[in-house]
Design a binder for this molecule. Structure first.
Ligand code: CMP
Length: 244
């Protein structure tokens, strides 16, 4: 993606505590605990393509996403982009530098216009000391990040591109709304964005999506991808899983 210099705008503080109370980071905290943070939280907006965090930046705040989609990524010297995960509304980022006090580990780029709230570092440090519920959510999510990285390392080392596409779709579909048999991924990544997420190029990704569509496993229309048969998608992962 083409990254443009960032010029965050402080959003009018029209966002209320209800806008961020349901963020994943606060899932174990009481409403009163979250409300007490209100005055110390900054509201920000960034435009599509802006880099919100740059690898090696020194700052330890945590950001909560209200609207829009973000990507955690890195660029190789050649310009090649490696994607780690998309962050959707209700998600958060920035906890790694907040915990270890070192520079930022990856970039965070806006794939669309986004609205965020930022917990400044001093507030995060206070929550580390005073809120076991806050710490519990952070620790659970760090465990889940470790598992995700282990899976991803395995997939990049031992699994074909087609299968990585299927696995990524299955992951997104499982996290999306659905009835267990079908699911709607919205907004779904473009083929180029999906390629960045699975460590490949756009062409093989498009080939695999066309193959899944021809089997009536997925149907794409604009920014919405419907998984018509979750069980069949899981079977595809199982069937082609070993091929390199
Ligand atoms: N491999 C990864 N997968 C998903 N998110 C990540 C990954 N690495 C870093 N991040 C997130 O991106 C953020 C960048 O700033 P931090 O290093 O402070 O905290 C990081 C995490 O919130």
């Amino acid at each position: 993606m083409n990254v443009i210099p960032s010029s965050p705008q402080r959003a009018a503080s029209s966002a209320t505590v209800d806008d961020y109370r349901t963020n994943k980071l606060f899932r174990h905290m009481t409403r009163a605990e979250v409300e007490s943070l209100g005055a110390q939280i900054e509201h920000l907006r960034y435009g599509k393509g802006e880099m919100i965090i740059q690898r090696r930046d020194e700052d330890g705040g945590i950001y909560l996403l209200l609207d829009g989609v973000l990507l955690a990524n890195l660029y190789a010297r050649s310009g090649r982009e490696v994607g780690y995960r998309r962050i959707l509304p209700g998600g958060y980022f920035g906890e790694i530098a907040a915990i270890d006090g070192l520079p930022r580990s990856v970039n965070i780029v806006a794939l669309e216009d986004v609205r965020l709230v930022r917990l400044p570092q001093r507030l995060v440090l206070r929550l580390f000391e005073e809120s076991p519920r806050f710490m519990r959510a952070l620790l659970e999510d760090m465990a889940s990040l470790t598992r995700a990285l282990t899976d991803r390392l395995f997939e990049l080392t031992a699994v074909s591109v087609a299968c990585r596409v299927d696995i990524e779709l299955l992951r997104m579909a499982t996290a999306a709304e659905g009835d267990g048999e079908t699911a709607v991924i919205h907004p779904c990544p473009t083929h180029a964005e999906l390629a960045v997420l699975v460590g490949s190029q756009r062409e093989p990704v498009t080939r695999e999506l066309n193959r899944l569509a021809s089997l009536n496993i997925v149907r794409q229309s604009g920014r919405t991808l419907k998984v018509l048969d979750m069980a069949a998608l899981a079977d595809e992962v199982e069937r082609i899983g070993g091929e390199l």
